[in-house]
Design a binder for this molecule. Structure first.
Ligand SMILES: NC(=O)c1ccc[n+]([C@@H]2O[C@H](COP(=O)([O-])OP(=O)(O)OC[C@H]3O[C@@H](n4cnc5c(N)ncnc54)[C@H](OP(=O)(O)O)[C@@H]3O)[C@@H](O)[C@H]2O)c1
Length: 266
């Protein structure tokens, strides 16, 4: 699967959190296939090592991959990811995919309260820490280099269709995605004058490890997925990310909802 000839993103330095599975992994591969150098992060290091080995086998025109394993909510890990991007690839990251995240079944009344803090720490606080650190560095780099619109800079944030249409099925999770969607838009307004694109991607159902980690009932959710099959695959999001980041620097695709065609809602 590929959107166009390799090399369209060559020279770009990308960071992807949550790259050991699902959407993050597919995006890392597709960005590298298109020529971007990638720093991949998640907690499961062996998975990231395998991913980087796969990137190394992509062949001519593909970018290189580097692993920074660790918890993406930790400010120290976030600084290390950004430092490694610039030390390994010789320039500040100019494509940051704020992807690490998790779901949670249920509403404020029915979900497992013991998971609330962990989920909001990852989906909102950790994601905001990365947006802040990457945004500050990109802003300073853009001011120093004064290279807009020759060079594109992107921060892409994973929201969700339930971060636009609240669903009682997973509304504590949806609330976290409403929050990060609002924060992404706030930062877009702040960084737009510097020529930095901040974009929100709101997928509906994508088949990944997400459903199990969220604690969705496999039978009920499996039946729902079957009823609207085929649902999205991580590669579908990866093609979108490559399309968005391959646009000329003056074109910002601000806010995208992407659904399986047969999913009416949310
Ligand atoms: N799948 C969907 O239907 C769907 C729909 C809308 C939005 N989204 C959003 O898309 C993003 C990716 O989801 P996905 O479907 O790819 O889920 P996934 O298959 O469960 O992957 C989640 C990734 O996040 C990583 N992760 C979890 N906690 C982390 C932490 N504390 N630090 C660093 N990495 C961490 C996991 O790796 P480790 O366990 O190795 O750390 C894994 O690589 C999430 O933000 C999710 O909310 C998903």
């Amino acid at each position: 699967m590929s959107t166009s000839a390799a090399g369209g993103l060559s020279g770009r330095v990308a960071i992807i959190t949550g790259a050991s599975a699902g959407i993050g992994r597919a995006c890392a591969l597709e960005l590298a296939r298109h020529g971007a150098s990638v720093v991949v992060n998640a907690r499961r290091k062996e998975r990231l090592d395998d991913l980087v080995a796969q990137i190394a086998s992509l062949g001519d025109g593909a970018g290189r991959g580097v692993v920074v394993a660790g918890d993406a909510t930790d400010s120290g890990v976030i600084e290390t990811i950004l430092d490694v991007a610039s030390s390994e690839f010789g320039r500040e990251a100019d494509l940051v995919l704020v992807n690490a995240g998790r779901g949670l079944a249920g509403s404020p009344l029915t979900s497992d309260e013991g998971e609330w803090e962990r989920m909001y720490t990852l989906n909102v606080v950790g994601a905001s820490r990365l947006i802040r650190a990457a945004g500050q560095r990109m802003r300073d780099d853009a001011e120093r280099s004064n290279d807009y619109p020759k060079r594109a800079r992107d921060i892409l944030v994973l929201g969700s269709s339930v971060g636009k249409n609240i669903s009682p099925f997973s509304s504590m999770y949806g609330g976290s995605k409403f929050a990060i969607g609002a924060i992404a838009e706030a930062v877009r307004r702040e960084l737009a004058p510097k020529g930095i694109r901040v974009s929100l991607i709101c997928p509906a159902i994508v088949r990944s490890e997400f459903q199990e980690a969220a604690g969705y009932d496999p039978e009920k959710f499996g039946a729902l997925m079957e009823s609207i099959a085929p649902v999205l695959e991580p590669d579908d999001i990866a093609r979108l990310v490559c399309f968005m980041t391959s646009q000329p620097a003056h074109v910002e695709i601000n806010d995208v909802m992407i659904r399986p065609t047969r999913q009416e809602y949310p």
